[in-house]
Ligand binder design. Structure first.
Ligand SMILES: Nc1ncnc2c1ncn2[C@@H]1O[C@H](COP(=O)(O)OP(=O)(O)OP(=O)(O)O)[C@@H](O)[C@H]1O
Length: 679
């Protein structure tokens, strides 16, 4: 537990600048005060004795120079979205525009913690995303960072903690932070220094005791919600961001944990960072930690300024809190909802529990918005403009410019590839080589081995059926595995790309390479078992060629799965399309139906299963093989109907067609990812 004096110190907003940050920054010291035993000893669980016993944690100076103070200004920010409603039986679909943000302005300097308050749906997340330079579409108004627009250099100085923790569930806390450090820290640090940095963050965020616990997720029990949130914050802290934006970092947490999180981010601000957070319903203790607040009501600002002056301001325009010890945050939320605090909410609900005074509420909101425009906006605008001029001067002298000559990427392509591959293998080994998967493949291979037990040309119908089954099964299985790849990774991909973590191509190749072990090992087991049980011609060369063809087919179908997933980015749609595709391949493949009408006979040429089947038949039978077509009569295998309908036997054309698909589907997947993801 935190000592009472520390609790009160935090509650009073007297958080030491040294909290968590002694090792993080040397360049800026804002509101410096002597250090107290602080939240960097916050336990992972409640009792974190071992960390307290550690003498002085080593000073970590690697990123000392990377913190550059950022003054963020936004003026008249507006954003709207086009909504289209679906038509119903009685009305046609309509298109309308929803204004999400309207005329929001503010200024925040290094060392300050700004909180965005407002009811649900008031536009807090949208504003935060706009300030992080991540909002798609056109944002009107001006947003500047030290007087300059958002740039890729600024992107790397910005930490963004999303409301939902986007983390790999099977990785442990230390693995998560180490991989992030390896990916995000600059080239000039060696591997050991990067790992050391991850260890520092673990200590400073009080995660030591759960460092080896898996992070977990909705379906997998891992660390607690507060710990998971700290891991998310830690990922951003690794790069020592100058601008840190957090979306609801306390949602779903108990008040003590919430307080620790806010104290953490307050400490980060005091170390010279510019910190902005959205927050839903802060307690008065939390509220006192904020330096500035922006209050939004239906996307419009009703207050922007010092947190400690809200009561004074609203009092001056005729809105007093109902009672003297009211939590300022509750007061602000009531106002943002149009509820005048001296009226009890109960009075504003009718007997049915619905709001009776919607008009009153709307007029209160309008009055607050007008008061803001009249009383606060002119001074704010003047301050923004004044600072803008100062900043243009100082940035032209080079003092605050963020446009520096840093390389665009922190690590080389190859390093990124290796880290992402290792992380992917570690994360997916639980899924790829799970007992269930092994059981699935072993049972199907043993079953097919038994069904085709020592079948030879005397049972040509069965044997050709086995080859066709191979081509379909090893198309179907990898196709459906691959479909999930990008839709499932989408949140991670968006987050990591928009934080400049890696190049898309290194991620893409690492992701594909990460799937290969499972994609290639399982069919190898399958073909080996079937061969061993006598389902294939007893010739080693036939076995090897059969295996190679199956692996080729696996890679092609995996490519199609990746492309479908990347294009649609939605598992349900992609699996539906894949099912239809595989059904077409199954029917048009030439085994079940040999007299396909000419106008759809071309379908087989787009089917990888068709080429695979043809190649398998080609290596299984030679032109001289015969089978018993009628009692006592032998015919050439090439005249067997299911083989004859396959068409001219030119294996190199089949190999060329499969090769084109192998490359083409992967290019398609890459292009779809490139076009669909933020840069
Ligand atoms: N892409 C979108 N499509 C449809 N509506 C959107 C979109 N983006 C934002 N909105 C709408 O804009 C409004 C503001 O959303 P936003 O997420 O910024 O609110 P918020 O204040 O952060 O809410 P909460 O506190 O519940 O997270 C909401 O009404 C939301 O439904």
């Amino acid at each position: 537990m935190m000592p009472p004096e520390q609790e009160s110190s935090i509650a009073a907003g007297n958080v030491s600048p040294n909290i968590m940050l002694t090792n993080w920054t040397e360049t800026v010291s804002v509101h410096a005060e002597p250090s107290v035993s602080s939240i960097n000893t916050t336990p992972c669980s409640q009792d974190r004795l071992p960390d307290k016993q550690e003498p002085n944690p080593p000073r970590f100076s690697i990123l000392r120079e990377s913190l550059r103070p950022v003054t963020l200004k936004f003026e008249d920010v507006a954003y709207s979205i086009n909504l289209s409603t679906k038509g119903t039986c009685c009305s046609n679909g309509t298109k309308s525009t929803k204004i999400v943000l309207n005329g929001v302005s503010g200024i925040i300097r290094p060392g300050e913690l700004l909180a965005m308050l407002g009811p649900s749906g008031s536009g807090k997340t949208t504003l935060l995303t706009a300030l992080a330079g991540r909002l798609p579409g056109k944002v009107s108004g001006t947003i500047t960072y030290n007087g300059l627009p958002f740039s890729s250099s600024m992107k790397r100085k910005t930490g963004f903690v999303t409301q939902d923790d986007v983390l790999y569930p099977h990785l442990t806390v230390i693995e998560t932070l180490t991989y992030a450090a390896l990916l995000r820290l600059p080239k000039k640090l060696n591997r050991e220094e990067k790992i050391e940095q991850a260890e520092m963050v673990i200590k400073e965020l009080g995660l030591t005791r759960c460092r080896n616990n898996i992070v977990g997720g909705p379906l997998l029990r891992g660390v607690s919600g507060g710990e998971r949130k700290r891991v998310s914050i830690g990922q951003e802290m690794l790069v020592n961001p100058s601008l840190l934006l957090l979306d609801e970092p306390t949602s779903g947490l108990d008040s003590t944990t919430a307080q620790r999180i806010v104290a953490t981010i307050k400490g980060l601000a005091r170390g010279g960072r510019t910190v902005i957070t959205t927050i839903h319903q802060p307690s008065s203790r939390l509220y006192r930690m904020f330096d500035k607040v922006v209050v939004l009501s239906d996307g419009c600002p009703i207050y922007c300024g010092q947190a400690g002056r809200v009561m004074e301001y609203f009092g001056s325009i005729g809105y007093e809190p109902g009672f003297s010890f009211m939590n300022p945050a509750d007061f602000l939320l009531d106002l943002a909802n149009g509820i005048v605090p001296d009226k009890k909410l109960d009075d504003q609900l009718d007997v049915h529990g619905t709001v009776d005074h919607l008009d009153d509420q709307n007029s209160t909101k309008q009055s607050l918005i007008s008061s803001y425009k009249k009383n606060l906006y002119p001074a704010l605008k003047a301050e923004i403009r004044r600072n803008f001029q100062d900043q243009v001067l100082s940035s032209s002298s080079g003092a605050l410019s963020l446009r520096n000559s840093e390389d665009q990427w922190t690590t080389t392509w190859w390093q990124q590839f290796r880290v992402v591959l290792r992380r992917g293998l570690q994360e997916r080994k639980h899924e790829s080589f799970s007992g269930l998967r092994i059981f699935q493949v072993m049972s199907v291979s043993i079953l097919s081995g038994l069904l085709w037990w020592h079948s030879g040309t005397s049972h040509i119908q069965d044997q050709v059926g086995l080859l066709f089954f191979f081509s379909i099964f090893w198309g179907f299985f990898p196709l459906f595995n691959a479909i999930f790849t990008f839709p499932q990774e989408r949140p991670m991909l968006i987050k990591e790309r928009s934080s400049g973590m890696y190049r898309l191509s290194s991620y893409y190749f690492a992701r594909i390479a990460g799937d290969l072990p499972m994609e290639l090992v399982l069919p190898t087991i399958f073909v080996t078992v079937t061969y061993w049980m006598g389902g294939l011609k007893p010739s080693l060369i036939t076995f090897v060629l059969t295996l190679l063809i199956i692996l080729f087919n696996v890679l092609v179908s995996q490519g199609l799965g990746l492309a479908l997933g990347a294009i649609l980015m939605e598992v349900k749609q992609a699996t539906t399309l894949a099912s239809v595709t595989m059904l077409v391949f199954l029917l048009a493949g030439g085994y079940y139906i040999q007299h396909i009408p000419p106008f759809i006979a071309w379908l087989k040429y787009i089917s990888f299963s068709h080429y695979c089947y043809k190649l398998l038949v080609g290596v299984q039978y030679s032109a001289n093989d015969v089978y018993e077509c009628e009692l006592g009569m032998h015919c050439r295998v090439t005249d067997f109907p299911a083989i004859k309908c396959l068409g001219p036997d030119n294996k190199w054309w089949d190999v060329a067609a499969l090769s084109m698909m192998l490359v083409g589907y992967r290019i398609l997947a890459y292009v779809a990812l490139r076009m669909g993801q933020p840069h």
